[in-house]
Design a protein around this ligand. Structure first.
Ligand code: ZN
Length: 199
C-alpha cells in the first residue's frame, strides 16, 4: 500500500521536531492531510528553502542567509562588546530588549560533559579566535542560560576570557534559576543585562 507508506513516512519525519512523539506526529499528519493541504505544501516549501538557504554567520555563527549576518555587518554595533549566547533563539530574545548595541557570539550549544559535549563541540575554539582578533573585545557578556549546563558553560568561558586578559561579566540574577533564556520575557532580560556583574 503506497499510500499508507507515504503517511507513515510523514509521521516518522515529523518526529524529528523537538518534543514531538509518535502520537503528536500522527495528529499533525492527519490534520495536514484532512484539513490543510495548502498549509502542508507551504510548510514543505518553507522547510526546503530554509534547509538549503539558511546558513551560519561566518563571524557570530547565528542563522542568516548571507556570509555575514545583519548584526555583524552593522557598523553601528560596538565590536568591543561581545555577548555569548547558546542559540540563535537566545540571541533573538536579547535583540528584542532593544537595549544591547554590541555584537554576539552564538555557541550553538552548551557544555554538558555527561552527554559528551565538551569545549570543542560548543565552538570555544572560534570564540578564542574571535577574542584574539581586532578590534580587541573589552567586555565579554556571558548570557548563557541559568541552568546547570549554562552556568558550567559560563564558568568555563569566564576562565578562558581571564586567561586571554578579557573582562567577563554575567547577566544579573533577575533571570529565574533553571531558566532557558529563550523563554524569559524581554523586560527581565533587559534588567539582567543592565545589571550584569563581573564573574
Ligand atoms: Zn553574525
Amino acid at each position: 500500500m503506497a499510500d499508507a507508506g507515504r503517511l507513515q513516512r510523514l509521521i516518522q519525519a515529523l518526529q524529528c521536531l523537538p518534543g514531538v512523539g509518535a502520537r503528536s506526529a500522527a495528529r499533525m499528519a492527519y490534520h495536514l492531510l484532512q484539513h490543510d493541504r495548502a498549509g502542508a505544501r507551504r510548510l514543505a516549501q518553507a522547510l526546503l528553502e530554509a534547509a538549503d538557504g539558511v546558513r551560519h554567520c561566518a563571524l557570530c555563527h547565528t542563522l542568516c542567509e548571507e556570509e555575514v549576518c545583519a548584526t555583524c555587518a552593522d557598523p553601528a554595533r560596538d565590536p568591543r562588546l561581545l555577548c555569548v549566547v547558546e542559540t540563535p533563539a537566545d540571541q533573538a530574545v536579547l535583540e528584542r530588549t532593544g537595549t544591547y548595541r554590541g555584537r554576539y557570539f552564538v555557541l550553538l550549544g552548551r557544555l554538558s560533559p555527561l552527554d559528551g559535549i565538551g569545549p570543542d563541540a560548543v565552538g570555544l575554539r572560534p570564540l578564542v579566535q574571535r577574542l584574539q582578533a581586532e578590534p580587541p573585545v573589552q567586555e565579554l557578556i556571558l548570557a548563557t542560560s541559568f541552568t546547570a549546563e549554562g552556568e558550567a558553560t559560563a564558568h568555563v568561558i569566564a576562565e578562558l576570557a581571564r586567561s586571554l586578559g578579557v573582562r567577563a561579566t554575567r547577566l544579573a540574577r533577575g533571570v529565574p534559576l533553571g531558566s532557558e533564556l529563550e523563554f524569559v520575557d524581554p523586560g527581565t532580560i533587559a534588567h539582567a543585562l543592565a545589571d550584569r556583574r563581573p564573574t
